[in-house]
Design a protein. Structure first.
Length: 561
């Protein structure tokens, strides 16, 4: 059985192929059309997935789409009747947009199949593709389930329990009572792009003092004993689906918002700190409720808010659960995968036979293809047998390198295939990369990658974190050794690297450790601010020559400036 999974309804359009329960290929459309967080229909991604899987359109048996537009339609209608001033933007956002998205899908479908002979199409409720779909590819046979995002069809959080192929829903919260919208509003207040730059807000929060505004923010959002979210909407305008997300009351309480290119005032940082802390507190409340109901040892969490790795780290350290599984593409991009697996395991009740522990599911390029791209660009490159050794030498010298190796990862985090690497022991390295390579805000932290064998010597995380989605602390006696990846509060968004999953990346970290005594690298995504992660050799060469990188290790070729 071959299933094509699709996300195209909101943002981060993505396609995947599942064959007999195994995830064969998955790729975001943005990597191919070069439009970050694109909402375009994933036609390029579909074609690439079929090519990677060695399939044609005629081989597809089922299509699973991560949205069911008719879900909660009655709740939406009641909301409109109660808030007539929202009627016009609601019509534009939900009715017109929904029609356009559906029409685009069927134009594509009818262009590839006879409607009587094509694959069967399944529209699946958005939060089931987030939560249940993630559970079905998790390593757990039993777990508490939590989905948190801005909104799906109308739901914003989803609580439940999974065991084998069975999913039980405990409850939902509905728009406008949304953790995602709550956090999008403070992201906008801090001068960032909402529903896009929430990671910047998370990184800004440790610069502030959460105590300054903690009481006010705690009063804004509550959690009921059943785990439902309740927002004081008088602080917001996002519920009207138009204009600014914050109300005048928000500004009177917290101050004037930062302009996108304006300076950061201390109160902006203090507000970010308070919103981040309250998000963590309220989600921990929900975790306690879920644990009491399920008695499960493990939690599966999904949705855009689950990309808040600081929150996830708090769950690991402070919740009753032993560990948390977060899919590497935990946002809407991962719902393509979730839709396919909810169909396969949840609807068709097929035996679970796959664990999504390997994020390297997209395109790879041969040395021949890489050399052809280098030759077309009329560049000189040196071929080396041991690329890991050469990369480790460059890193030891303090060089910043582009690292383009193997199969591209799925999800927003660079995990060692399309990465920029540096030696975290150099104190000025963070400032240098932010200013000369990534062209982004000076405060933004960088993540470490450490080998699975040695990470506990430097970090306080007791569980593995292969997808860089659980923030931990750098051990105090090691912070002076790793200044470039230690954030102002002593934290780091760690990736643990297993040599069985990515042997080449593990190799370069190990070899750097042999030279410096510290098997840790600074790892950030191979792109500049505002662009998607590089996908092809051409993308890598273009990015390399547009910023302050010192060297490029691409396949077995090395180019130095």
């Amino acid at each position: 059985m071959i299933i094509l999974g699709l996300n195209y309804y909101f943002h981060d359009s993505t396609a995947c192929i599942v064959k007999d329960g195994k995830l064969i290929a998955a790729i975001e459309e943005e990597r191919l059309n070069r439009d970050k967080h694109t909402q375009a229909f994933p036609e390029l991604a579909i074609k690439r997935c079929l090519k990677l899987a060695g399939l044609t359109f005629d081989d597809i048996d089922h299509i699973a789409v991560s949205i069911k537009p008719t879900t909660h339609w009655f709740k939406k209608s009641i909301y409109v009747l109660r808030h007539l001033k929202s009627f016009v933007p609601f019509m534009g956002h939900h009715v017109v947009n929904s029609y356009a998205k559906q029409r685009r899908f069927w134009i594509w479908y009818n262009g590839n199949w006879n409607k009587d002979k094509g694959p069967k199409v399944h529209f699946i409720e958005h939060h089931l593709t987030h939560v249940a779909g993630t559970f079905f590819v998790s390593p757990y046979k039993e777990a508490a389930l939590l989905g948190i995002d801005g909104s799906g069809e109308w739901a914003t959080t989803w609580l439940g329990y999974g065991k084998e192929n069975t999913i039980e829903k405990y409850g939902e919260s509905f728009f406008p009572h949304s953790f995602g919208s709550f956090y999008e509003a403070v992201t906008e207040f801090c001068g960032f792009k909402p529903n896009y730059d929430e990671g910047k807000t998370m990184g800004l929060a440790p610069m502030g003092n959460s105590e300054i505004f903690i009481k006010q923010v705690r009063d804004i959002v509550k959690v009921t004993p059943e785990g439902q979210v309740r927002i004081d909407l008088s602080y917001f305008n996002y519920q009207h689906i138009v204009g600014k997300r914050c109300s005048n009351k928000f500004y009177k309480t917290f101050g004037e918002p930062r302009m996108p290119d304006g300076p950061f005032m201390q109160y902006h940082m203090d507000v970010a700190a308070a919103f981040q802390r309250v998000l963590e507190e309220r989600v921990l409340e929900i975790c306690s409720i879920l644990h009491s109901k399920t008695k499960a040892d493990y939690l599966v969490i999904s949705g855009g808010v689950s990309l808040n790795s600081v929150m996830n780290g708090k769950i690991v350290r402070e919740s009753p659960f032993k560990d948390v599984y977060v899919m590497p593409a935990a946002g809407d991009n991962g719902t393509a995968i979730g839709a396919a697996y909810y169909l396969y395991n949840g609807i068709f009740k097929k035996t679970r036979n796959y664990v999504h522990d390997n994020p390297y599911l997209s395109t790879s390029y041969t040395n021949e293809e890489i050399k052809a791209a280098i030759d077309r660009a009329k560049l000189k490159a040196e071929y080396v047998e041991d690329i890991g050794e050469v990369a480790a030498q460059l890193l030891e010298q303090g060089k910043i390198i582009g690292w383009f190796q193997g199969t591209m990862e799925i999800g927003p985090r660079a995990l060692g295939s399309r990465s920029i690497l540096a030696n975290p022991a150099f104190p000025q390295m963070k400032d240098k990369i932010n200013a000369q390579v990534k062209f982004r805000e000076a405060y933004r932290p960088f993540a470490p990658s450490a080998t699975l064998e040695s990470y506990k010597e430097y970090f306080d995380l007791e569980v593995e974190d292969p997808f860089m989605l659980k923030v931990c602390n750098v051990l105090k006696d090691k912070q002076h050794i790793l200044p470039a990846i230690t954030h102002v509060d002593g934290s780091a968004r760690l990736q643990t690297v297993d040599k069985n999953i990515h042997p080449l990346y593990h190799d370069v970290i190990t070899k750097l450790g042999l030279k410096t005594g510290v098997p840790v690298v600074l790892n950030t995504s191979f792109n500049v601010q505002g662009e998607p992660v590089v996908e092809s050799p051409f993308d890598a060469l273009r990015c390399f020559y547009s910023n302050g990188l010192d060297a490029l290790c691409i396949g077995n070729y090395v180019i130095e400036k």
